[in-house]
Every structure is written in C-alpha cells, then in structure tokens.
Design a protein around this ligand. Structure first.
Ligand SMILES: C[S@@+](CC[C@H](N)C(=O)[O-])C[C@H]1O[C@@H](n2cnc3c(N)ncnc32)[C@H](O)[C@@H]1O
Length: 223
C-alpha cells in the first residue's frame, strides 16, 4: 500500500457516518460543503434519469447514493477500501457501482463516457490538475458537467500543498498532497484544458463559529 493509501485508510476511521436523515427528513441528499444542510444540491449536476454520473473520491458514498436515487447510473471511485466498505454497507441495494481505484488510473483505463463527473472534497483536490483534467475531458461527453468542491486556498499558498491527516497522540500525522488555487486561477486552468467554467466561487460558511467557506466550481466540457 502506498503512503497515500495508508493515509486515506486512516482518514476513514476518523470520519463520522453521515446522519440517517437531513434537516428536511430526506434519507439521501447531496452536500457540496463541509457544513450540514448548507449550499447547493444535486441540481448543480443537471442530472436527468439514465444519465451516467461518476464521483471521484466518493468516500462513504452519501452523495453518490443520492445521484442513484435521482435515477442516474451512479459510479463511485475511491482509493480507500475502508471508505468503500462503509459505502457498501450503508448504501447496499441503492444501485451505486463502486470501484476501488485511483481516480487517475480509473479514468485512464475506462472507455465509458459520462454526462457528469464530480468530486466533493475528493480526488480532484488531491490530484495534480495537469494530470487529471485531460483524462476527465476525455471521459466526459461534449457539454458534460465537471463540478467539484474543496476548501478554498489559503492566501499565498497555491499549487501543490501538504494536507495532514492526524493520527493518535504519539504518532506523526500522515501527509497527502492537494492542489489549491484561487477561483480566477481555476478558471484559467480549466479553460486551458478545454472546459468552459460556469461558476468558480467561494460560498460563505453558514452563520456560526466556523468561518471557512467552500470553493465550488462548475464547468462544462466545451468541445
Ligand atoms: C476528504 S474525503 C471526501 C469523501 C467524500 N467525497 C465526502 O464528501 O464525504 C476524500 C476522499 O477522496 C479519496 N481520494 C483521495 N485521493 C484519491 C484518488 N487519487 N483517487 C480516488 N480517491 C481518492 C479518499 O480516499 C477519500 O475517501
């Protein structure tokens, strides 16, 4: 197992399960942000029944299960077996197809065309966009949606950054790489890779003690 895989297995142990229902009482829902009952929903993906939708770094599967509930063919890819086991257990019977793979490898080896590809604090954040965007472009049908969310960049800290995954006291944290840019820079990067960007903005945190917003980007494959 690579250090990155070990890191994500550890992350899985710390990540609490999604609630059984959201504030509206729904059993499945889409959440782009790190805050409960906050931000846009699945409408960002413009899903129609039968659409082919891929989640990169689907984690414990809460969002991709909602995609399946909307009538799409829902495919989730994650590099962590622990995350996928939790997804299989919770969303068994939901119709989601789960794959244990690195996102880059999955996209490179797949021959499928997707109507939408998305990532919520997932593999898009943790993969060099110079490597990932060409293969996302290839696997997205013309006009298809690429949408992703992540924490916004810290001012002055751009490009590849270290992300720490804490372990128990007495153990060093594990480190994974992530890629941070301001919305304007994302616009340029996406444009250079053949995408038209609809929105690239930092959504404010909901009222409360936490102030960090969420970067949400929606783009289309242009040609
Ligand atoms: C912060 S979690 C977010 C999980 C999920 N999207 C959610 O919102 O709960 C990041 C997820 O991306 C997965 N991941 C990270 N890098 C990946 C890669 N290169 N390929 C596939 N999955 C990856 C991790 O295993 C983890 O499940």
């Amino acid at each position: 197992m690579t250090n990155t895989n070990v890191a994500w297995e550890n992350y899985s142990k710390q990540k609490p399960e999604r609630r059984l229902t959201n504030a509206a009482g729904e059993r499945t829902w889409f959440n782009w942000t790190q805050y409960a009952d906050h931000g846009p929903g699945a409408e960002v993906l413009a899903i129609t029944p039968g659409a082919n939708v891929l989640a990169l770094g689907c984690g414990k599967g809460g969002n991709i299960a909602h995609v399946a509930a909307l009538g799409a063919r829902a495919v989730g890819v994650d590099v962590s077996r622990a995350q996928l086991s939790a997804a299989e257990e919770r969303w068994n019977g939901s119709g989601v197809a789960l794959h244990h793979a690195d996102a880059l490898r999955f996209l490179t080896e797949s021959s499928e065309q997707f109507d939408a590809i998305y990532s919520v604090f997932g593999a898009v954040w943790f993969t060099d966009p110079g490597d990932l965007l060409p293969v996302v472009h290839r696997r997205l049908r013309p006009g298809g949606v690429l949408a992703f969310s992540q924490r916004p960049a810290i001012e002055g800290c751009y490009g590849c950054q270290a992300s720490y995954i804490n372990r128990s006291e007495g153990e060093d944290p594990l480190v994974v790489k992530r890629w941070d840019y301001e919305p304007e820079r994302w616009l340029a990067i996406l444009h250079d890779h053949g995408f038209t960007t609809d929105t690239a903005r930092v959504l404010a945190a909901p009222p409360g003690p936490r102030k960090v917003g969420t970067l949400v980007i929606t783009a289309h494959r242009s040609g």
